[in-house]
Design a protein around this ligand. Structure first.
Ligand SMILES: C[S@@+](CC[C@H](N)C(=O)[O-])C[C@H]1O[C@@H](n2cnc3c(N)ncnc32)[C@H](O)[C@@H]1O
Length: 337
C-alpha cells in the first residue's frame, strides 16, 4: 500500500520504496485508524455540503405507503466510525428519529465502533454489514431486513476505491433508483500558504502515488458524475474543501502534512526530484512548526439522483434551479462548504 490513503495521511517510507504506513494512522491489518478518522471529523463536518444533503432529503420518499414502515432507510457505505451517518442524522431534524441506518464497511472493527457511537444519535442502526462498494447492487436488490434502501451515503470513499468500484456504484444506484450522496472525494487540489515553487510538482507526485495504489484517486468524483449521467441520472457536484487553520486545526494539519509529504516523496519520478521534494517538505515543515502553515485540501461532494427517483420525488425548485452538473472547481470559492 502506498503512503496515501484517501483525504488523509499515512506515513510512508523515507526511501519511497516500501509500502509502510508508519505514522500510526493504520493498524496492522491496513485498516483506517479510529484516531485518524476522529482527528479529521470536525473538518469533515464543516466541509460537507449542507445544500446537497438538503437536496437529498427532498428526493427521499414523501410519505409512507401501507406496505412501508415510517422513516427512511439510509445506507452508509464505507462508514468507518459512522461519521457520515451521524452528520446526516444531525441535520435531518425531526425525521431523524424515524430514520434507520445500515452501516456497511469491509472493516468489522470499524463497524463495531460505528454501531456503538450511533447508539447515542437520533435514528436507529438497523444493522451492520461487512461488505464493500462492489456489493452495493446486491445490497440494494436484497436489502437488509427486507427494507428498501431510500438513500446511499458515503464520505471520503470514492478516491480510495478502484475506478471500477466507482462505476459500479453509479450503476447500482441507477439500477435500483436510489439516490447517492458521496461526500468529500479528494480532488488533488491542495493550496499551501505560504506557497512554494514546488507545490505543483508535489501535487503531481501525490497523484501518482494515489494511482499506484490502484485507487481511483483524484478524479473519482468526476468519474462518478460521468458514470451516473451515462446511466440517465442527474448528478450535481459541489466543491467542499477543507479549510485548515493552524490555530484551530493544528493537530490535523500536522498529521495530514506528514502523509502528504510522504506521498509526494513516494511519487517522485527521479532521485533528483525526490531530493528537491525533500527541500520542499523541509521548507513547509518549518512553517508548520511555526504554526504558520495554512492548508486547503480540495474535495467534491456529488449527489446522484436516478431517473425515476428524480421524477417521482424531486422538488420543483431542484429541477429548475440546479444544473445537471454544477462543478465549482475552485476550492477557494465554494459557496456552500
Ligand atoms: C477515509 S475512511 C472514511 C470513513 C468514513 N466514511 C468517514 O467519513 O469518516 C474510508 C473508509 O472506506 C472503507 N473502505 C475501504 N475500501 C472499501 C471498499 N472497497 N468499499 C467500501 N468501503 C471501503 C474503509 O474501511 C474506511 O472505513
Amino acid at each position: 500500500m502506498s503512503p496515501l490513503r484517501g483525504a488523509g495521511p499515512v506515513g510512508g517510507s523515507d526511501d519511497g520504496s516500501d509500502d509502510g504506513n508508519d505514522d500510526g494512522s493504520d493498524d496492522e491489518a491496513g485498516g483506517y485508524d479510529v484516531a485518524w478518522l476522529d482527528l479529521r471529523a470536525d473538518a469533515d463536518d464543516r466541509a460537507r455540503s449542507d445544500a446537497l444533503l438538503a437536496d437529498l432529503g427532498n428526493a427521499l420518499r414523501p410519505g409512507v405507503t401501507a406496505a412501508d414502515p415510517p422513516g427512511d432507510h439510509v445506507l452508509d457505505l464505507g462508514c468507518g466510525t459512522g461519521a457520515m451517518a451521524r452528520w446526516c442524522l444531525d441535520r435531518f431534524g425531526p425525521r431523524a428519529t424515524d430514520t434507520v441506518v445500515t452501516l456497511v464497511d469491509p472493516d468489522g472493527r470499524l463497524l463495531e465502533v460505528a454501531r456503538s457511537r450511533l447508539a447515542a444519535a437520533p435514528g436507529r442502526v438497523l444493522t451492520t454489514v461487512a461488505a464493500g462498494c462492489d456489493d452495493l447492487a446486491r445490497l440494494l436488490a436484497d436489502p437488509p431486513e427486507g427494507r428498501r434502501v431510500d438513500a446511499v451515503v458515503a464520505s471520503a470513499l470514492l478516491d480510495v476505491v478502484p475506478a471500477a468500484s466507482v462505476v459500479h456504484l453509479a450503476r447500482a444506484v441507477a439500477g435500483a433508483g436510489v439516490p447517492l450522496l458521496a461526500a468529500l472525494t479528494v480532488t488533488g487540489t491542495v493550496r499551501l500558504d505560504p506557497q512554494h515553487p514546488w507545490d505543483e510538482v508535489a501535487a503531481a507526485a501525490v497523484a501518482r502515488t494515489a494511482r499506484r495504489d490502484g485507487a481511483a484517486g483524484p478524479g473519482a468524483a468526476g468519474l462518478l458524475v460521468d458514470a451516473a449521467t451515462a446511466q440517465g441520472c442527474r448528478a450535481v457536484a459541489r466543491s467542499t474543501p477543507w479549510h485548515l487553520d493552524p490555530a484551530r486545526d493544528g493537530a490535523l494539519v500536522a498529521a495530514w502534512w506528514e502523509g502528504y509529504a510522504a506521498a509526494a516523496r513516494h511519487g517522485a519520478r527521479t532521485p533528483e526530484e525526490r531530493t528537491a521534494l525533500d527541500v520542499w517538505a523541509a521548507d513547509h515543515r518549518s512553517a508548520l512548526e511555526r504554526g504558520a502553515l495554512v492548508v486547503q485540501v480540495g474535495h467534491d461532494d456529488v449527489l446522484v439522483l436516478p431517473g425515476h427517483a428524480a421524477r417521482s420525488r424531486l422538488s420543483a425548485f431542484l429541477s429548475t434551479s440546479v444544473p445537471d452538473v454544477d462543478r465549482n472547481a475552485d476550492v477557494g470559492g465554494t459557496a456552500d462548504a
